[in-house]
Write a protein that binds this ligand. Structure first.
Ligand code: CDP
Length: 204
């Protein structure tokens, strides 16, 4: 039987790190759904129509090493407001969620739209300042030329667009467990997530 863990939350909240660690812990497959939107955004920057880009997306597009920049993130959140783009990416995400052996998907609308029946839903948040600092350090480690102010402005602009759009806006599902990681280490946040999933598994 499929066991799906849906992890949503705003930009750089720690959901990617938590998702990977949780998938490792339980031996589940992991899909970073933000990469789908980033890959479409990247193609739009290259001059491709967004809906065509979403329909033609292939696995190799997710392997590109230039998807984790602020410029591509902004382009991703702009294509993410287009209902036809979201629709084109829906089946792939649902099929991934339903595969045997368990799956963790992280994004913005996993618990609300992609997998409303997910066994576990987490909504991971952190203060704007904490998220900006984490993302700033991550981008600097990747060798990118960014400022703290620029990174904060990027996150806030995307969060606003993600929250206010009509199609699958970013919002915690009613039955999601909220995990505020502002004052938590990565290990603490992962332990918390693992405990929530174990409790759900034990409940059957
Ligand atoms: O890593 P970070 O949290 O900064 O962003 P991401 O998860 O890679 O997502 C990039 C953008 O894709 C977001 O700002 C959203 O606009 C969009 N996205 C979405 O609309 N729905 C998802 N399930 C995942 C991402």
């Amino acid at each position: 039987m499929a066991f799906t863990v849906a992890i949503d939350g705003p930009a750089a909240s720690g959901k990617g790190t938590i998702s990977r660690a949780v998938a490792d812990h339980f031996g589940f497959a992991h899909l970073d759904t933000g990469l789908l939107y980033r890959a479409v955004g990247r193609k739009v920057l290259d001059g491709v129509d967004p809906i065509e880009a979403a329909k033609a997306l292939v696995a190799e597009d997710l392997q590109r090493d230039d998807l984790r920049t602020s410029k591509v993130a902004q382009a991703a959140s702009k294509v993410a407001v287009i209902p036809e783009v979201r629709q084109a990416l829906l089946d792939f995400q649902r099929a991934f969620a339903m595969r045997g052996g368990g799956a963790v998907l992280d994004g913005r609308d996993i618990g609300t739209v992609i997998c409303p029946e997910a066994q576990v839903k987490l909504f991971v948040t952190a203060s704007d300042e904490v998220r900006a600092e984490r993302r700033y350090l991550e981008l600097v480690a990747r060798g990118q030329d960014v400022t703290r102010e620029g990174v904060l402005a990027d996150l806030q602009a995307r969060d606003k667009r993600d929250r206010e759009r009509d199609a699958a806006p970013m919002v915690a599902a009613d039955d999601a467990v909220i995990l505020d990681t502002s004052e938590m280490s990565i290990d603490e946040a992962v332990a918390k997530a693992v405990a929530v999933i174990e409790a759900r598994m034990a409940a059957g």
